[in-house]
Design a binder for this molecule. Sequence first.
Ligand code: GAL
Length: 665
Amino acid sequence: MSTPAAPRVNGLCFGGDYNPEQWPEHVWAEDVALMREAGVTLVSLGIFSWAWLEPAEGRYEFGWLDRIMDLLHEGGIKVDLATATAAPPPWFSLRYPESLPVDANGVRLIWGSRQAYCPSSVAYREGAKRLTRALAERYARHPALAMWHVNNEYACHVAFCYCDASAAAFRVWLRARYGDLDKLNEAWGTAFWSQRYTDWAEVMPPRATPTWHNPTQVLDFKRFSSDALLELFTAERDILHSVAPGTPVTTNFMTGGGFDKLDYWAWAREIPLISTDHYVIGVSPQTPAEQIAFSADFTRGLAGGAPWLLMEHSPGAVNWQPVNLAREPGRMLRDALGHVARGSDGVMFFQWRASRAGAEKWHAGMVPHAGIDTPHWREVVGLGEALRNLAPVAGCTVTADLAIVLDFDSIWAQEAPPQPSRLMTAFAEIRRWHAAAWRLGATIDVVSPGSDLSRYRAVLVPSLYLLADGGVGALESYVEDGGTLVVGPYAAAVDEHDHVALHRLNRLLGHRLLEFAPLLEGQTVSLSGGYTGHTWAESRETVDAATEIIASFADGPASGRPAMTRRGGVWWLGTRLAEPSLESFLTGVFAQAGISVYDGPGTTGVERVIRQSADGSAYLFLLNHGDDPTAVDAQGVDLLTGATFTGHLAAGGVAVIRLTAEEKN
Ligand code: GAL
């Protein structure tokens, strides 16, 4: 795709969602003046403005948008202009009731919130395309335009629709996948429970049923739903490309909180500029720094290693968690640089000015309710200054020699009941391993199983229940070529149709499964060598003399059986290692595989990441997540201060050091 992958902004982007329609016009001039004071370079405009832009079908009111676009341009602020299709207005829903989504129980959801549209609705798609075209034609050449923002967080509220139009579209998708009903019956295993289909009209989305659905039907419905929404995105993108060629286009992902409704790997291939939203979860097994590192590494993976954009995060408390924690003073800069260190070419927030009304009135804004004579505003201004100083970092990339595999098909299949244990969550486990590797000081890429693994010294596979047959060969080749592979429990249990296919990793692992033996919540198992496991055990017997048993189950349902093995470059775990055991296991693997680790934040509190430019410049980000000041062995000029780095980081302090040629090596 020839469309540029970077916003048309000099240096790093800084700003947030801007919703001027929530404020009288006299506030706008003050907004622009304050944006200038804070060093804002980019705002996302019009994300929820459909009702204001098209108050009646075909009647566009662009005057207010013209005025604010001009005002922003005069202030030197660029615009990430939304296609405004994320929330159809009430008139639209009333006129096209069939465009409203229907849940699995047949309840049609109504307007009055947002994202009330069915992914397969023709009326919605056509309405969205008309609005996109009208906006593109009007603003394609506006000097403030830096990039297009299609829709907003697709599927954040409505990922699945079960209406008749969705059922029809699902059948079209299934016909394309299977060709005929015999193949569908075979793939779905409909010999079970008398589910055999004899006519396409019988095939339904997984609407409410007396008990469990057919799991392959559910899996295919998730695949279909992700594709259906992706078609909405590409329809808007193609209009933007044709009317405004050369302007970057994005839609914002949600890579932080375990969102798993869309196959982001498939989506990423269609998106010229990858951006994401990240919100720290107050009550989480991972610390805020670990959450940020995962989201950023995952987004970089989606961008294929290229820079990407943090499109939203919160300047303080959010409004949608059970208890919305305030962020400690001083953490705004450190959190923001957590993203920049890992490849974001900017720092954007939701939102510019905290709202006075509506469902998000208690969400923090860059301009808080308490106004600008506040520590909060001073932190915003300080962040703007820091990002100006970090301009040379824009475009730089991050190199990792360790990868962790994340696959949506597998997560979808594994997390759909019934399973041997509902405690065997997939996404959460991948994040747990990522956090452990982060604490140990590894730099990690999050990758799809189909990606080129050859550049990594080691690949972690914490949770890969579903593995398509082709994937087995890819893992075998990676190991044959000298890679180190770490396979977690309950791996490669099923094929792409979610049919049991347990034998396929036997050759790589050198053992075979006898029986799964899940553990009760809170139950632990001891392994020889002092390791502790929980959640899961499996009984296996070795089938290859080259397989080394590193540790065996010392108790529990698989007592005496192998629990940790190694065969050449392939390591395997038959249980979920408890935190300290997981870290000590990974430490051993990293040493054997030659993974470059620094003295990680788990022991020092200090996170280190290097971003490098094509011309060889390198910038070392140092983020002290600890409560104590600390000494750090690094030399060079700190871009944030312009002074030589003293070697000391304050508690919670940050530095970005331009490395000299010697230190890079
Ligand atoms: C995002 C969304 C924004 C806003 C924000 C609040 O999910 O894109 O519009 O709702 O959350 O945290």
